[in-house]
Design a protein around this ligand. Sequence first.
Ligand code: KDG
Ligand code: MG
Length: 405
Amino acid sequence: MKIKQIKVFICSPGRNFVTVKVITDSGLYGLGDATVNGREMAVVTYLEEHLVPCLIGRSAHDIEDIWQYLYKGVYWRKGAINMAAIAAIDMALWDIKGKVAGLPVYQLLGGRSRRGVTLYAHANGETIETTLDMAEEHIKQGFKAIRLQSAVPGLNVTYGVLGDKKDYYELQGNRPLPPEEDWSTHKYFNMVEDLFRQARERFGNDVQLLHDVHSRLTPIESARLGKLLEKYNLLFLEDASMAENQDNYKVIRQHTTIPLAIGETYNTIWDCKDLIQNQLIDYIRVAATHAGGITALRRITDFASVYNVKTAPHGAPDLSPICFAAHMHLNTWAPNFGIQEFVGLGNEQIRQVFQQDIQIKDGMAHLSDAPGLGIEFDESAAKEYPYRRSYLPVSRLEDGTVWNW
Ligand code: KDG
Ligand code: MG
């Protein structure tokens, strides 16, 4: 079964997505997600100009060989654009293999390890009270784990919070230039403990709570935060600090037992090898789209299991429903799965373009037994939503210094 054609689509049903369709000479096809938020056209060009011509005529069954060919064969290894392109081809090939076998992809990975996939929902608010009101809504719907993000008084916008109150920051499909946001570590520390203290007072101890620091703190500040929040029993603290230098996490670990999670921007196993091997983290959050697809995530997952590190795949709105489907298959299989981030199954336009049968019940997600990834992409619906250039925000300290967003 040979690869006959590969189509690359970019559409914006509320936000931009890059989708790859690998078509074989048997007529079977597979789908993959190659979206890199704010840099979408770089991946489209990379795929069309450089990867697609090398793949026509190859056996669609050679998933591993194609992965190695695209990774080792290119000389310029790693990188967000390169790995997203590889990821999309890889997902599409797993989708095809599942369709040929008549089995969902999780069966090809080794079968089911659990009844369903536990999710964590987002609660974001302009005040601690509105954040907790949103958390309460999720709890009523059956969610057992909630990420809490609340605006920092005195800052113009805070990561994870609604901002202009109309648009969820990551859903915006039209930011022709990067917006700028303030950051103050001092002001953040004045708010963050209250958020978790009030959450425990209101909801008790059963609900799992999470928080994303979005890499705003230095390692010693993260250590201080970890110590401060230990008594509120978080499932994990995410992206406490940048870890380009993986030793940063040694500093945090020396001071606190708060569980740590990181990895949504990572592109390969090498970005998290030391963190996992030295047991400096508890959850690895790599995404199939950004870290090389199902083949790469399966490898990272197995490596992490040796060191008691669980998986908690990134699930923000800029990962397309195809990536979410890929995660669902990995999560259903992985013996060391922890939790899946969840922001809903998309708005009406997204659900018109990407159709899948995933059931959400009592804070868990359940796959159907459709073969492959179990997702469809409507090409003509996608054409109704053309690409619009859009950027993520840039963060600055109050004196104007560029900071980590
Ligand atoms: O593209 C960037 C987003 O995916 C990111 O800001 C979301 O941190 C994020 C999260 O944990 O979902
Ligand atoms: Mg995050």
